[in-house]
Structure formats: structure tokens, C-alpha cells
Design a protein. Structure first.
Length: 168
């Protein structure tokens, strides 16, 4: 996971973000869509709905959800380096020099590292395929928790610097 995070940061380095909110909002919208997909998947599994290959699960299909779920912790760690951390720092610049933005910026790297550690700690559990429905639901719920952490990070970042999320 740290490799995925570092790769995301390295990929971002030649393309630094200027002050603004657009990249953080873009990441938020994408992860919100994925969170909704995970909720839909959990509901389908919980209600014992047969998930055929062409079944639409939000941004996934029945054919690809198992592989996408397996890759989710690494994808999330990479995106924290590529969009979320740089987006939080760009938000701080956009908000101007305030004690709140300085505090958020100074703790952003540590917070991002904690998210990456959570991804690493949950990766083997989420990626471990199982035929047991209850165990699969638990995998999906763990993935939801990881995604929820990123969503809350973005929401809290906007709130900390008193910038509405609707700006972009």
C-alpha cells in the first residue's frame, strides 16, 4: 500500500495542483459513487439477489465487482497520493493563510498516511475471496469503511477551512 500511495504522489509531482477545490471535489464525487456501489452490492448480497455478469451495480457490473473489490484498497491508497492529499493542500492554499488552513495542511500528510495504513491493514481481508455470503458482506462492509474514511476526510477538510463543498 505505501508503494501505491507513493506512486500516486510521484505521478502527481510533475502536475502540481494550484489553489482550488476541483480535484478534491472530483475525488469526492468518484469515491461517493463507489460508496453507493458498495451499498448496492451489500444490499444485493444481503437480499440474496443473483448477481449475473450483466447486473449493474452502480459503477461496477456483476462480471467485474469481485476483481474491483479486491483492488479497492490499493486503488484508494493510490488516489490518496494522487488526488486527495494534493487536493487537501490545494484547498488550504485556496482558503488562504488562516490558523485553520495551516493546521489542516500541517496534519494532512500524517492523516493521509493513516488512511494508507488502514488500506494496508484491511487489504488481505477485503481481497480474500470467499463463497460464503456473510463473509463477502463483511468484506464489502470493510471496503465501505475505507471509502467512508476518505469521504469524511474531504468533508472535514472543507469544514475545517470554512469553504463550501459546492465550489469547484
Amino acid at each position: 500500500m505505501p508503494k501505491a500511495f507513493t506512486a500516486g504522489k510521484t505521478k502527481r509531482a510533475p502536475h502540481p495542483l494550484g489553489p482550488g477545490t476541483y480535484k478534491l471535489l472530483e475525488a469526492y464525487r468518484d469515491w461517493q459513487r463507489l460508496y453507493d456501489t458498495l451499498k448496492l452490492l451489500e444490499s444485493a448480497l444481503d437480499n440474496r439477489i443473483l448477481i449475473s455478469a450483466d447486473y449493474q451495480l452502480g459503477c461496477w457490473t456483476g462480471a467485474d465487482w469481485r476483481g474491483e473489490l479486491e483492488r479497492l484498497p490499493e486503488s484508494l491508497a493510490s488516489d490518496v497520493g494522487w488526488r486527495v492529499l494534493p487536493g487537501v493542500l490545494a484547498l488550504c492554499e485556496y482558503a488562504g493563510a488562516t490558523p485553520e488552513s495551516a493546521k489542516l495542511a500541517s496534519g494532512a500528510e500524517d492523516h493521509a498516511s493513516n488512511i494508507v495504513k488502514d488500506c494496508e491493514n484491511n487489504r488481505s481481508f477485503i481481497a480474500h475471496p470467499t463463497k460464503q455470503r456473510d463473509a463477502t458482506i463483511k468484506r464489502v462492509c470493510r471496503a465501505q469503511n475505507l471509502v467512508r474514511t476518505v469521504l469524511m476526510t474531504v468533508e472535514d477538510s472543507f469544514a475545517a477551512v470554512n469553504v463550501p463543498m459546492s465550489r469547484g
